[in-house]
Design a binder for this molecule. Structure first.
Ligand code: NAP
Length: 255
């Protein structure tokens, strides 16, 4: 492999991972980082075409990966991906529920469609993939589930009632599933990114970015790799006694 993007080295050789939203931004950094550290990675995005670039990057690094296209919240989609992963690699050790969208607007103007779309992808998608992975993980008595929440799910953010609700829902879901499966050696944790430079935040424009930066004690916007390194730790054996936790990776925004 050529020079690594991940700043951590963990041993994930022989592990099989699924990463949703792996085509770009945070999910791409997570997928590449898991692969660099030895995991085989099923990379999921809305279409095979959109996520093929991540797969090609991993293959070029000497890793193993496959592309899957689906809408994560759709009934049956997660099960199809998990069945295909089991057929190919016989198990799922690591699941990263990262796919997410925003449809921002103040509450008075928020449409049912904007509410439903965000809850469907961010929360229902997390539920669908986690449920599809839990039985195979129970059978192996091993699992690492990492859900990408947000600081908006911890403290709220004007204009994001739908998004905040979905990300707070992800935290509640994480805590309950962690308690249900801790005895089976499956850990379930969340990371709560702050303001990270990706397509999701690029649309906000320079003015909002500059304002957002003023609220970050570290005085910089985060990079996708900041999140990927936290996920790598939670996916590693070193984190085997950590479950039902939320790690904020936000430059101190929620301190
Ligand atoms: P991004 O650059 O907009 O990428 C979103 C990813 O999700 C893409 O891979 C996209 O696939 C995929 N996706 C969206 N809807 C999907 C669906 N219905 N089914 C399957 N895949 C879907 O976002 P990001 O900034 O990297 O965010 C990643 C995660 O971090 C999200 O959960 C987000 O809420 C969370 N987060 C981000 C920030 C931030 O500041 N960026 C802060 C806190 C939390 P396509 O390319 O195929 O569309």
């Amino acid at each position: 492999m050529s020079e690594k993007q991940s700043r951590m080295t963990v041993d994930l050789s022989g592990r099989v991972a699924i990463v949703t939203g792996a085509s770009r931004g945070i999910g791409k950094a997570i997928a590449v980082s898991l692969a660099e550290n030895g995991a085989k990675v099923a990379c999921v995005a809305t279409s095979v075409g959109s996520v093929q670039g991540t797969v090609d990057e991993i293959l070029a690094l000497g890793g193993e990966a496959e592309a899957f296209g689906c809408l994560v919240g759709e009934t049956g989609a997660a099960q199809s991906v998990v069945d295909a992963v089991l057929a190919k690699w016989e198990k799922v050790d690591i699941l990263v529920n990262n796919a997410g969208i925003t449809r921002d607007g103040l509450l008075a103007h928020m449409t049912d469609e904007d509410w439903d779309a965000v809850l469907e992808t961010n929360l229902r998608g997390t539920f669908q993939f986690t449920r599809a992975c839990i039985v195979p993980m129970m059978q192996k008595r091993y699992g690492r589930i990492i859900n990408v929440s947000s600081v908006s799910g911890l403290v709220g953010n004007p204009g994001q009632a739908n998004y905040s609700a979905s990300k707070a829902g992800v935290i509640g879901f994480t805590n309950t599933v962690a308690r249900e499966y801790a005895k089976r050696k499956i850990t379930v944790n969340a990371v709560a990114p702050g303001f990270i430079a990706t397509d999701m935040t690029k649309v906000l424009g320079d003015m909002i970015m500059t304002e957002a930066k003023k609220r970050i004690p570290a005085n910089r916007v985060g990079e996708p790799q900041d999140i990927a390194d936290a996920v790598l730790f939670l996916a590693s054996d070193a984190a085997s006694y950590i479950t039902g936790q939320v790690i904020s990776v936000d430059g101190g925004m929620t301190a």
